[in-house]
Design a protein around this ligand. Structure first.
Ligand code: EPU
Length: 419
């Protein structure tokens, strides 16, 4: 167990390089198991959830090599029809992708119910509904999903809620099904497009990814392919908020500025200068951010995964900011910690009423989930005095070398074992 010790109040300045997107990587890695030969995937972030995903692949009999930092080669030739270990599957949400993948490969799968961040109820009924439409018989018992299908047959599936996980899982299962699958009310996140691009590079026929209707024409087999993961827009957003809140000047590189539009637009609305050019965005702030209204929505709306970091920034805003969380029912666990740092936030149902204060003060705080941890690091950078953030292994699940990247921008932050 480790903590971050942060001496706040230093403006961040310089260049920070964003890593590959967590939520794309944790889908592309299991997707590689669909192929008959090896795939090479680049821009893989060095984070806890990727380590867990790779352990899950190995546990299924795939061979995983790391020929260079950030590159993995996955050979699924030794893949076995076996149940993933519950202790690994329980560590991350994305273990649900093994359901689609193993069902496609073996026509049967027994997968422990997925774990992941503690942010309220996280049902998988849409995954199950879609897989059933493709011909699977499903049963949940003893903390596992059991799925079996004589064959997978393309179908028309309308998702009742826009779900990133269900959209990807159904693309994975449909890629080698017989006939054509149509997924309506599909999620449109850029990582859906990234997974579709990888599947197509493997020989699949996926069209419409990035819109709300995705068509998958099943093919008999897939071959290995090469692919590079898109940049992590939430990691980028985290550094953009930290730059804005410390009245800094930071160039965030290796990003796709268009994917950051919901973040950049909010910062501009708050009076922060955001300049973009090709593969970078530069954030320059000279005053505390003006109050804004934020509502989380599926892409291209404001991302829920940036909601907690945004709350930290606007806790020192000028005026009262409203933050509405419409995706997850309990993603406000960072609020009590921010209150201890002097923030003025009231929780009204799914909305936070954030009355900006001139400054936060450093105290010991505890991360409760990945993005609350990121929010508390931002708060620590903005605060006067010393903030200690405990349970940083939750932050490590989704951020590569966060303290090193921040220290290179002039932050005073160090990792130390917890007492
Ligand atoms: N939902 C259902 N039924 C389902 C699936 C989802 O009702 O079968 C609901 C959920 O309860 C939620 C909404 O639909 O209200 C959206 O859930 P979605 O399925 O899109 O989320 P997810 O696939 O479980 C991924 C990310 C999350 C991110 C969400 C939304 C991964 C591994 N996780 O989760 O990332 O918040 O999409 O963008 O891709 C994070 O990175 O911190 C994180 C939590």
């Amino acid at each position: 167990m480790a903590v971050f010790v942060i001496e706040g109040g230093r403006p961040l300045r310089g260049v920070v390089r964003v890593s590959g997107r967590k939520n794309a990587a944790v889908a592309v890695l299991p997707a590689a198991l669909l192929a008959e030969g090896p795939s090479t995937i680049e821009n893989i972030p060095d984070i806890g959830d990727v380590a867990t995903a790779l352990d899950l692949l190995r546990a299924q009999g795939a061979s995983v090599e790391v020929p260079a930092p950030g590159t993995v080669r996955i050979d699924p030739t030794g893949l076995r029809d076996r149940e993933p270990p519950a202790e690994l599957a329980g560590q991350m949400r994305a273990s649900y992708y093994l359901l689609g993948v193993l069902l496609a490969r073996f026509r049967r799968a027994v997968v422990p119910l997925p774990g992941g961040c503690d942010i309220g109820r996280r049902p998988i009924d849409q995954h199950l509904k879609g897989l059933a439409a493709l011909g699977a018989r499903l049963e949940i018992a003893d903390g596992r999903v059991r799925a079996e299908a004589r064959r997978l047959q393309g179908a028309s599936i309308y998702l009742d809620v826009v779900s990133v996980g269900a959209t990807i899982n159904l693309m994975l299962a449909a890629a080698t099904a017989e006939g054509t699958t149509v997924i309506e009310n599909a999620a449109k996140e850029p990582h859906i497009v990234d997974v579709a691009n990888f599947l197509n590079a493997m020989g699949a026929h996926v069209s419409g990814a990035g819109t709300d209707v995705i068509k998958v024409r099943g093919v008999k087999r897939l071959h290995g392919a090469e692919h590079a993961i898109i940049p992590d827009e939430i990691e980028a957003a985290t550094y953009m908020f930290a730059a804005a809140g410390t009245l800094g000047d930071v160039l965030v590189e290796n990003v796709i500025p268009r994917h950051l539009e919901p973040i950049s637009a909010k910062l501009r609305e708050a009076g922060v200068e955001v300049v973009e050019n090709g593969e970078w965005v530069r954030v320059v702030a000279t005053e505390r951010p003006r109050a804004v209204r934020i509502k989380t929505l599926p892409y291209p709306g404001f991302p829920t995964d940036a909601q907690q970091p945004a709350t930290a920034l606007w806790s020192i805003g000028r005026g009262t900011t409203l933050v509405t969380e419409s995706i997850w029912e309990d993603r406000f666990r960072h609020v009590p910690e921010l209150l201890r740092m002097g923030a003025r936030i009231e929780v009204r149902d799914r909305t936070l009423v954030v009355e900006g204060v001139p400054r936060l003060r450093g105290v010991p705080v505890t991360a409760t989930d990945l993005r609350s941890g990121a929010a508390l690091v931002i708060a620590g950078l903005l605060a006067e005095g010393v903030t200690t953030v405990s349970r940083v292994e939750l932050v490590d699940r989704g951020y590569e070398a966060m303290e090193a990247k921040l220290a290179a921008l002039g932050a005073v932050i160090r990792r130390q074992p917890s007492a």
